[in-house]
Design a protein around this ligand. Structure first.
Ligand SMILES: [Mg+2]
Length: 252
């Protein structure tokens, strides 16, 4: 029988050092303005790819592209699962641009803004690695992030995963040595914020890059994107600059 007394009990005086925040930044429409030129080009490329490989018309291709994004978080997952599309080929074709530098737009002073945020920084994107790294390099901010978790890094064995998959997030965070309670997700897609808030992650909704909704009359909606704060959003900001300006003592 074991009746020895353990000597490894932590002393009550020893304070556990609180961990700083770990920022999880989405890429498109968070770190840069993708709605301007990159998203239209990616969407066009995906639609053409689907028309060509699946032999469908433009309406069906658009329906599949949008439908799979809504259902799985990324068009790729639906194309692999239901149509046996070659993932590497698809990702390469639809994320290759003749002139990426002319398409990338971002906030002024982005480097300074990100540097002002205390804590570790990670990019978490449903886009492929090569594209994500090219955009970060173009923005001049690649060195500010300790790692890029791209869609290739979200796989579970040979199964593709994407945000907002919960087991994927737990797994990638474990691998990156991030406790969920320390993580703050900065993201434009509400569904991802909603899903991950349930895991105990804090959430920032960035709305400055969201396209302004058109009214049925063709005018711009009076309701700005991001008006009103959903219950799963800890903070809504229009820009990353606004995020840093509103921080008090390293808190949201
Ligand atoms: Mg995004």
């Amino acid at each position: 029988m074991n009746n020895y007394v353990t000597t490894h009990r932590p002393s009550p005086q020893r304070r556990v050092k609180p961990n700083g925040p770990v920022w999880l930044f989405d890429l498109d429409n968070t770190l840069h303005h993708a709605s301007h030129a990159i998203f239209p080009a990616i969407n066009r490329g995906m639609t053409e790819y689907i028309m060509d490989r699946l032999n469908v018309d433009v309406d069906e291709a658009n329906r599949l592209r949008v439908g799979y994004t809504v259902r799985y978080g990324a068009t790729l997952l639906g194309l692999v699962k239901h149509h046996g599309v070659d993932p590497a080929d698809f990702l390469r074709v639809v994320h290759t641009f003749a002139d990426l530098p002319s398409m990338v737009r971002a906030e002024r002073g982005l480097t300074r803004i990100l540097r002002a945020l205390p804590g570790r920084k990670i990019v978490l994107t449903n886009a492929p690695t090569l594209y994500a790294r090219s955009v970060l390099a173009e923005l001049g901010i690649a060195k500010l992030f300790e790692r890029v978790i791209a869609i290739e890094d979200m796989r579970e064995g040979n199964r593709w995963r994407a945000k907002p998959d919960a087991p994927m997030l737990r797994r990638t965070m474990r691998r990156a040595n991030v406790r969920l309670q320390d993580a703050i997700l900065v993201e434009d897609t509400r569904g991802h914020l909603k899903s991950y808030r349930r895991l105990g992650i804090r959430t920032v909704w960035i709305v400055g890059h969201l396209p302004v909704a058109k009214t049925s009359g063709g005018g711009l909606s009076a309701r700005k994107p991001g008006a009103g704060r959903p219950h799963y959003v800890d903070r809504t900001v229009r820009s990353l600059r606004a995020l840093t300006l509103g921080m008090r003592g390293g808190k949201l």
